[in-house]
Design a protein around this ligand. Structure first.
Ligand SMILES: [Zn+2]
Length: 136
């Protein structure tokens, strides 16, 4: 189901709670909502559709990957950049890292440990910030 995009900064500033298997419907809503906002959006966190759970979605070219309870394990090579957000106006300066390693669960609740670099790593870091209530 396509959900409306939350723009309430107070709500977006709350730290998200751990996801459970009952939240897999949230992942499907994120897929539908990202697809509907494809033009201005490459990733989303569940709180952007009003659900305060640790679920994110990241566009990786031909597919959108939903991650439950993603955890940053390591990062290296910081750089300065500017980012926009579907929930906010304009762009903001931030520090990101070129390489990251994360752990997450997929919709089948299997654990993945994966390295990402460059643009995809940047999207993941933006969505991980959303889970912490960091609005950038
Ligand atoms: Zn955002």
């Amino acid at each position: 189901m396509i959900r409306p995009i939350v723009r309430d900064v107070l709500f977006l500033s709350r730290k998200s709670e751990p996801a459970t298997q009952a939240d897999r419907a949230v992942g499907r809503d994120l897929q539908d909502t990202l697809r509907a906002n494809r033009q201005g959006c490459v990733g989303m966190a569940a709180n952007m559709i009003g659900v305060n759970r640790r679920v994110i979605i990241v566009n990786m070219g031909p597919m959108d990957v939903v991650m439950y309870n993603p955890i940053l394990i390591s990062r290296d090579t910081p750089y300065e950049t500017q980012e926009g957000c579907l929930s906010l106006e304009g762009t903001r300066r931030t520090t990101r890292y070129s390489n990251i390693e994360i752990k997450y669960r997929d919709a089948a609740w299997r654990t993945h440990r994966q390295r990402y670099a460059g643009w995809i790593a940047q999207i993941i870091q933006h969505e991980l910030d959303h889970l912490e209530g960091i609005v950038i």
